[in-house]
Design a protein around this ligand. Structure first.
Ligand SMILES: *Cc1c(COP(=O)(O)O)cnc(C)c1O
Length: 408
């Protein structure tokens, strides 16, 4: 038997079934018309942001990194709860504009921005977090051609990285950002060229559950921004401090202590280095805001035994939930939190493998999971499906097509 990850404690049963937003899984599936189905809870997103606001200093802005979940209704819903939106492509910019975000609320990071993406962002007035000198030059040139002042910040590749980070995105050679030692010269160039200078973006990692690691990295981000500002002789209108707040996906992982992080930031903000006294600070968070609020519901289409191992075979799989299958940036596969949604209160009775319907051994949703006895027609719930699910999985693999999505 292998342990399952922790089911977020907000989920409760109604008439013995998993309920999301006050409706049972089977009612939700009936409403949507089919499985597989992603369900996202408004209330959980709202509660998460409210708790975050309470824990963090008032001065700190919270941005949503939409790559975590770009589902239109969710994007519209979260717009009223956050102070800005971080995007990483012109496609996301279009989705953001369709959802009603204003250009000045949007910043655009990401390596390899094409000319037409830079052009669209500059014309709209979206802030570009430039990732190289070349990109800065192209943006400045386009600004001239368009006779607009491009809003430019520099994404810095810091020399440190977030300890315990799930995905390393800073420290050493990276495709992201401009190496810190080259930033002052580029900042001066941008300011001297007459662009609208927006400051720095320093992102050092993601999926951290250790508050001390985040406190340390935030401290280093603030120190680095101040040092770069002094060296460059520029001010820092805005500092995107990165994010990296993780959620518990696996057994024995525990929620992040945001009160400790908030208290440490409060202390830092009370005594900021001179170049940052008037700076607008922001966190950019993806999974922390939406990850636990999503559940993936998939129906059991077959139950079979092979060499004494029972398989529950579902109509979903890695084409919608690549991360739960263990194929999205994990070294050792571990089980996500998972349950039989329509037997949510039943005791575990048997040890089974839950798999998807794809013809590949990679398509695993849970290995050796202890679950209530489940039959064909029952609904499996995979939790922590609100981030890096639908849009981060290869939906067209094997001709399957996308899952349904629903915000409740
Ligand atoms: C992916 C990404 C995020 C969001 O990461 P989460 O782990 O979902 O919070 C934020 N900022 C940048 C630059 C990213 O690439």
């Amino acid at each position: 038997m292998k342990p399952l990850g922790p089911i977020p404690p907000q989920f409760a049963a109604l008439n013995g079934e998993l309920a999301i937003g006050g409706r049972t899984a089977s009612v939700l599936v009936k409403e949507a018309g089919d499985t597989p189905l992603f369900v996202y809870s408004r209330k959980m997103i709202e509660d998460r942001l409210a708790a975050l606001r309470t824990a963090m200093p008032d001065r700190l802005n919270v941005h949503y990194a939409m790559k975590a979940n770009p589902y239109g209704p969710l994007l519209e819903f979260i717009a009223d709860l956050v102070d800005g939106l971080d995007i990483a492509s012109a496609g996301e910019m279009q989705q953001a504009r369709d959802a009603g975000y204003l250009p000045r609320e949007i910043s655009f990071a990401g390596p390899g921005k094409r000319d037409r993406e830079l052009f669209a962002a500059i014309r709209a007035g979206v802030t570009l977090n430039v990732e190289s000198e070349n990109e800065a030059d192209r943006a400045l040139q386009m600004g001239k051609e368009l006779s607009v002042k491009p809003r430019l910040a520099i994404r810095v590749n810091p020399s440190f990285e977030l300890r315990g980070s799930g995905m390393k995105m800073g420290g050493g050679a990276k495709p992201f950002g401009v190496d810190a030692e080259r930033v002052p010269e580029l900042a001066r160039k941008i300011v001297n060229a007459g662009a609208s200078w927006r400051g720095f973006h320093i992102y050092s990692g993601s999926q951290a559950l250790d508050a001390d690691a985040l406190i340390e990295s935030q401290g280093r981000v603030i120190d680095l921004a101040a040092e770069l500002a002094v060296k460059a002789g520029v001010d820092v209108p805005h500092l995107n401090m990165g994010g990296g707040f993780g959620i518990p996906y696996f057994d024995k992982e525990t929620p992040l202590d945001i009160e400790a992080i908030g208290a440490a930031l409060e202390t830092r903000f009370a005594d900021l280095p001179a170049p940052l006294k008037d700076t607008d600070f922001a966190l950019e968070l993806g999974r922390y805001l939406v990850g636990e609020a999503g559940v993936y519901l998939t129906r059991i289409v077959d139950r079979k035994v092979s060499h004494d191992t029972t398989y529950l075979i579902t109509d979903g799989g890695l084409h919608h939930q690549l991360a739960a299958s263990g194929n999205f940036g994990t070294v050792v596969r571990r089980n996500y939190p998972l349950a039989i949604a329509n037997r949510f209160e039943a005791e575990g009775e048997e040890t089974v493998n839950v798999v998807g319907c794809l013809c590949t051994p990679l398509d695993r949703l849970a290995d050796a999971a202890h679950l209530p006895r489940a039959e064909v027609g029952d609904i499996v719930a995979v939790f922590c499906a609100g981030a890096y699910g639908a849009s981060a999985s290869p939906a067209t693999f094997l001709g399957q097509g996308p899952a349904l999505e629903m915000l409740v």
